[in-house]
Design a protein around this ligand. Structure first.
Ligand code: SF4
Length: 427
């Protein structure tokens, strides 16, 4: 296939189209108070993605990135940042039968079935010549699946890849090392796309994300209240906003509007859906292949998902008054706290300790752990977590084996039945 600039990122444009159709449906069909986080999120996410669509048409470089690479760092370039995992998973949410066709395509090519659909969607699409990246950037984290999948883009499709080497050590030495890696990686990426990193633009994106962080922390405090003032759908939309459009005013506005809504609900003790009966923490992922589960839990079971993996890791704000090295140091600390990186990059003690602390602070009644075959680095952790929650907090944990993007592994019907049975043991 011969690429012209308009068709270098067809799945990204498909995502924009699907989001736009969903927005229209939400606005025309749902009442004003129905899933406000979806309504608010779609408005801001689409506004930002449409700007990128214009840039694609103008021929700006297309830079693919792993979700564990904070995309606000890429704002130092005049490029179109596209999250490989984000496009695959959000299309799996929005399209009928998701992106199963592309999982099958890359499997038929010979990529192991037990790797992660996070990457497999974008790999299948690229195999089908729907993506043409000018460069791709990724950390060698959080998992084997990531490290084993990204080289395919380089060796099979010949796209230049920049890999930021993330250390295991979560201490000053580790952060300094990764700060240097980030600086070198952005410089290398700049050479590949013919641009110099613009550090003033970078600082502005970081400043916006510092503001976002403040709001997220305030929201997080409000979620401690009973009932939780946030609907379950917020978790999925927040993941979308944080992964697809960080460092933009649209991202900041999304969280500002959500905070306002949460404060109003908190003051009036309003809970979305029916009365809150069960407060759950999902320390891993939601079902991206069918996020209507979020609404079903709120409305049918009165079960709050207080947060999932994309919504409970926080880093310190980045000090922007220091010199460039200090700013990169702050960026490194943040990047090593990214969702999944934080849980998988460190040994499991921290994860267990955090889970116990969060269970107590947020008055959780139980945990629901969604376990994927792809997350091999996490294989034995759920059982340990189950034991520690029982012993330290006295609450149970349900484990559901599934694939977050592929409905054929465990169907949504089966997941609902399993959760319903589990709930009977709680009430
Ligand atoms: S940590 Fe698990 S879910 Fe996340 S990218 Fe790796 S394999 Fe996929």
């Amino acid at each position: 296939m011969i690429f012209n600039r308009e068709n270098k990122a067809i799945p990204y444009k498909m995502l924009i189209k699907a989001l736009s159709t969903t927005k229209e449906l939400v606005e025309r069909i749902l009442p004003e108070h129905g899933m406000p986080s979806l309504r608010i999120g779609l408005k801001y996410i689409l506004s930002s993605l449409n700007k990128n669509k214009e840039k694609i048409n103008k021929g700006k470089p297309i830079v693919g990135y792993h979700f564990a690479f904070p995309a606000e760092f890429l704002r130092c370039f005049d490029c179109v940042p596209i999250c490989l995992e984000g496009v695959g998973y959000f299309l799996s949410t929005l399209l009928l039968h998701g992106v199963e066709k592309y999982y099958d395509l890359i499997a038929a090519f010979g990529h192991p079935f037990h790797t992660c659909t996070a990457q497999k969607g974008a790999m299948g699409m690229t195999l089908d010549n729907l993506f043409e990246f000018d460069a791709i950037i990724t950390p060698n984290s959080p998992c084997d699946s990531t490290c084993a999948s990204y080289p395919w883009f380089k060796y099979y499709k010949k796209f230049p890849i920049v890999i930021a080497d993330m250390p295991f050590e979560y201490n000053e030495k580790g952060y300094r090392y990764y700060a240097t890696q980030l600086k070198l990686s952005l410089e290398k990426l700049g050479r590949l796309i013919g641009q110099e990193p613009d550090h003033e633009k970078l600082k502005e994106a970081l400043r916006i994300e510092n503001e976002v962080l403040k709001i997220k922390l305030e929201l997080f405090e409000l979620i401690k209240s009973i009932p939780s003032p946030i609907e379950n759908m917020f978790n999925a939309v927040s993941a979308g906003s944080s992964i697809l459009i960080p460092g933009t005013h649209e991202n900041l506005n999304f969280y500002r509007d959500m905070l306002q809504l949460a404060k109003m609900r908190y003051k009036k003790k309003i809970h979305h859906g029916i009365e809150e009966k069960i407060r759950t923490i999902w320390p891993y992922m939601l079902t991206f292949f069918d996020i209507s589960l979020c609404e079903w839990l709120d409305r049918k079971l009165g079960m709050s998902v207080l947060f999932d993996i994309f919504n409970y890791t926080f880093s310190d704000p980045i000090n922007l008054s220091g010199n460039l090295n200090e700013i990169y140091y702050g960026m490194a600390k943040k990047a090593m706290q990214m969702p999944m990186v934080k849980q998988s990059g460190e040994f499991f003690y921290t994860f267990l300790e955090d889970s116990v602390r969060l269970a107590k602070e947020f008055s959780a009644d139980c945990f629901i752990f969604t376990q994927s075959l792809a997350c091999k680095q996490f294989g034995s952790v759920p059982q340990l977590l189950r034991e520690v929650l029982k012993e330290e907090v006295g609450i149970p944990m349900l484990i559901i084996n599934f694939d977050v993007g592929d409905a054929r592994v465990t169907s949504i019907k089966k997941i609902k039945e399993t959760i319903t049975q589990f709930v009977h043991t709680l009430l």
